[in-house]
Write a protein that binds this ligand. Sequence first.
Ligand code: KG4
Ligand code: ZN
Length: 319
Amino acid sequence: MILGIETSCDETAAALVTQDGKILANVVASQADLHAKYGGVVPEVASRRHLELVTPVIREGLDEAGATLDDVDLVAVTTGPGLIGALLVGLSAAKALAWARRLPLVPVDHLHGHVASLFLEPTSLEPPFTCLLASGGHTMILDVRDRGWESVRVLGTTLDDAAGEAFDKGARLLGLSYPGGAALDALARGGDAEAYAFPVARVPNLDFSFSGLKTALLYAVRALPADELARRRADLAASYQRAIVRALVERVEAAGGDRIAVVGGVAANSELRTSLPDATAAPLALCTDNAAMIASAARYTERLESPDYLGLDAYASAA
Ligand code: KG4
Ligand code: ZN
């Protein structure tokens, strides 16, 4: 079985996955509460917390799978993109475990991991498909020709904020705590999505832009007296969410392709999921960061034999 480790942002995660894509354990320790009071992830705080959590989370994963390290054939770990200090904690743990047991190691790109969440049971989606990857750090339209990362082409990306970032910033303006995407989704359910006409940025090709939308919400919020704002929060949330979802749906549909898939934290959004009824969405538990998707991607990535991986480094952003 494959041991996956993910520490690129503020989730410390470990998973055990079989070579044919069955999830035996998928443990995610979120640090969100720790960062909430700062309104976003504090890199140094994240690194330190990963250091405390990484060993217990791996141990919990093994327990949940009813396995021991003797059952692990391969160690998979996210090497980027993400917060460098955070990534290095997972990478160091993975190297130490693999080296101690003379196991091979697979460095996995986090974005490949999100796509590979679709290759696990019960989804087991077969390429080719067009994939919308929308998370806190990235928003991309991908042409997925095969399961390896080298077979994925980027057709469009965001020129400024990521979709998840737009959700989080909007949530903050509406008084919801970090990361506010899921809370905004919940608040929007009780609101009127047509109450406010927020702009969907017109950018060429398949690219995205969300910074103007965030500013529009800021102005709308500022224009309301406090008591009125309290009454209109759900309408603002619903209208704001509608604008983000429209932008995403428009672009992924414009990209064409017979089949559409959606992955990443924002793929958990209820309106996005219902707005793309024919698309394959990653299961909710695999949308936000987790290590099962990293172990999944490792199955389609070249492995490094012991000790060739000891010099591996992490990278903050895609080359
Ligand atoms: O994929 P992910 O866990 O981390 C990154 O790789 O960035 O995505 C996290 C993002 C956050 O911005 C969070 O607010 C957003 O996904 N998110 C949502 C929902 N659940 C999580 N956004 C909108 N609606 C949701 N239900
Ligand atoms: Zn992610």
